[in-house]
Design a binder for this molecule. Structure first.
Ligand code: NAD
Length: 323
């Protein structure tokens, strides 16, 4: 039986991996896979890792030295893996599709919560405060929503927005051919959108796509929603935009410096990230902890596809979901 080291384990991961696993011996480690922990892979035939593991050249070289031939990412994004270093040394597999609905629905949840101030109303009514002051929102119907990245998640998000009667404007360097998606260049999208939602991967080109200059080109009061990757947004520029009022609200499921924070409990500990501390304190900012994927359907698909990726690799030496 092939032995697998599973990193960054949370209780909800184990439920479906244990349920679907038939042929692998899995050891679950709570810690992340990082240059410090990668020696743990000794004696294993494969590794399962996640979005905030730090899989740099040192980790890849260690996997190679320890004769671990395969790294199965239990996620779709792989910006945290040094793919260049992995070439010819370690096969990297991923789950390209598990539930675009989970992430797209979460993006809309962030918009609705921020716009209709549900987070504020919830706290007020629990304290029997039934005042409506400062809870005014706007109709999404008729507003323009800019969608950056029209892959699986972006397209589901567009359909959700259309259900609300919003106008769509989209940007993607690789537009979907023969579709009814109204594409425009980024400048036009920035200038026209009331809400901008990010659904593109983090690459060299998209790093800090939302920065001081691009924010200056947006409509005053624009909402920015990020369920993709934190480093698409320059955090200081976002904070400055929120302070000046140029940005009306921000819904962030991901954050630039999240890797040490996500999925951990830091309550009662002083966080040393001042930008994050200020963002969290703002009434027009909602932060969720990289949870957009977290639905039962997505977790089931992540477990079954990750396991079948490894089985395919062990049986054939190849995998259709290899990066
Ligand atoms: P996808 O590969 O189906 O689509 C990505 C789209 O972005 C493609 O159409 C691509 O052409 C486009 N793109 C590439 N570079 C771009 C750029 N510079 N500007 C604009 N568009 C660009 O991916 P997907 O499944 O739709 O996922 C989108 C992103 O969502 C992932 O890259 C990942 O970072 C993020 N994600 C987040 C969560 C979460 O839990 N928050 C879960 C899954 C995925």
């Amino acid at each position: 039986m092939k032995k697998i080291a599973f990193f960054d384990t949370k209780p909800y991961d184990r439920i479906w991996f244990d349920q679907y696993n038939e042929s692998l011996e899995i050891d679950y480690f709570e810690g992340k896979l990082t240059p410090k922990t990668c020696k743990l892979v000794r004696g294993y035939d494969g590794v399962i890792a996640f979005v905030n593991d730090e899989i740099d050249k040192t980790v890849i070289d260690t996997l190679h030295e320890e004769q671990v031939p395969v790294l199965a990412m239990r996620c779709s994004g792989f910006n945290n893996v040094d793919i260049q270093a992995a070439k010819g040394k370690v096969k990297v597999l991923r789950v390209p599709y598990y539930s675009p609905y989970a992430v797209a629905e979460h993006a809309m949840a962030l918009i609705l919560t921020l716009n209709r101030k549900i987070h504020k109303a919830y706290i007020r009514t629990r304290d029997f405060n039934f005042s409506l002051n400062r809870l005014i929102g706007f109709d999404i119907h008729g507003k323009t929503i800019g969608v950056i990245g029209t892959g699986q998640i972006g397209r589901v998000f567009i359909n959700i927005c259309r259900g609300f009667g919003a106008e769509i404007i989209a940007y993607d360097p690789y537009p979907v051919k023969d579709s009814d998606i109204p594409y425009a260049d980024l400048d036009t999208l920035f200038a026209k959108s009331d809400i901008i939602s990010l659904h593109c991967p983090l690459t060299r080109e998209s790093h800090h796509l939302i920065n001081k200059d691009s924010i200056a080109r947006m409509k005053r009061g624009v909402y920015i929603i990020n369920t993709s990757r934190g480093s698409l947004i320059e955090s200081q520029a976002l904070l400055d935009g929120l302070t000046s009022g140029r940005i009306g609200a921000a819904g962030l499921d991901v954050y630039e410096e999240e890797s040490d924070l996500s999925y951990e409990d830091f309550s009662n500990i002083v966080i040393k990230d001042d930008i994050l501390s200020i963002l969290v304190s703002r009434p027009n900012v909602i932060l969720t902890s990289h949870q957009a994927f977290l639905t039962e359907e997505a977790l089931k698909n992540i477990a079954s596809v990750t396991l079948s990726n490894l089985e395919e690799y062990y049986h054939t030496g190849k995998c259709s979901n290899e990066i």
